[in-house]
Design a protein around this ligand. Sequence first.
Ligand code: ADP
Length: 327
Amino acid sequence: MTKIKKIGVLTSGGDAPGMNAAVRAVVRTSVYKNIECFGIYKGYQGMIEGLIKKLNARSVNNIINKGGTVLKTARCVEFYKKEGREKAYNKIKEFEIDALVIIGGDGSFTGAIHFNKEYNIPVIGIPGTIDNDISGTSFTIGYDTALNTVVESIDKIRDTAISHNRLFIVEVMGRDAGHIALNAGIGGGAEEILIPEEDMGLERLLDSLKKSQKSGKSSSIIMVAEGDKTGKNVFEIASYVENNMPEYEVRVSVLGHIQRGGSPSCFDRVLASRMGVHAIDTLLNGTYNVMVGIKDDMMVLSPLEEAIKGQTEINKDLIRVSEILSI
Ligand code: ADP
């Protein structure tokens, strides 16, 4: 095992608020520990193209509060192939980089696993994704900020919903995981929450709306995750409700990419800072090919293979809470 002297840090896949705070922590911890740190721009694409620059403690000034990623990110098709990864290896060798910190989601970690197997480069993953769909950590960087963005949006939608006696169907991100919908739905006081993990059925939705209407509710917010299990998109759900309850004025709001942007919450900044420090500590202690996570407010490590495995569980208690409170 060679002593690590130079590390590269990159952000990859979907951007998430708090990635910059993680980059800052990785760079500053490296400098603190007398390790040279290189920023690799545009994720794996930058590794292939050699978009690599040495960073120092001052390079990451004033970014802790910024959304997006100053290192940029990219989806890199070439990295899926052996030849692409070989080009990437040759480039990082030119810079004598001997370990990598990858900030991204499960796709980025899958790429990192292949890269490590082929070239034996030590890698550490930091989970950065708004979806919170990575095993081995209770929270991913960006998730808390995204929840707050969604709740703020729902509060605004509620103002107009109440004023017009309208039913709003709000689509939030989450193709495979309902964490955002479920949590922001409860936080925003949504009447029903449709998620990929549970098929509630559209009839149940109608029953619930009818009951609420009888009890005097004149406006409602339904939260739908992109990949909700009914298999219907928000516009189809809206038509279904309108056809069955013509007395309701239904509107659809797709929150889309605003959920990714914005200044990271304090929670995400602290999480990213802790994960960045812990990633460098871990590398220097000689532990590789793991992801840094948080559980019970403690930093934990899990093999990258575990981190990308399957689905994360939703908290069933939240479903119960939502059902009780939406009467
Ligand atoms: P995320 O990391 O947010 O899940 P992606 O799934 O887009 O985002 O993955 C980011 C990048 O990681 C891809 O553009 C690609 O370069 C690399 N990657 C993803 N999956 C693989 C794979 N199976 N093999 C090699 N590289 C991969």
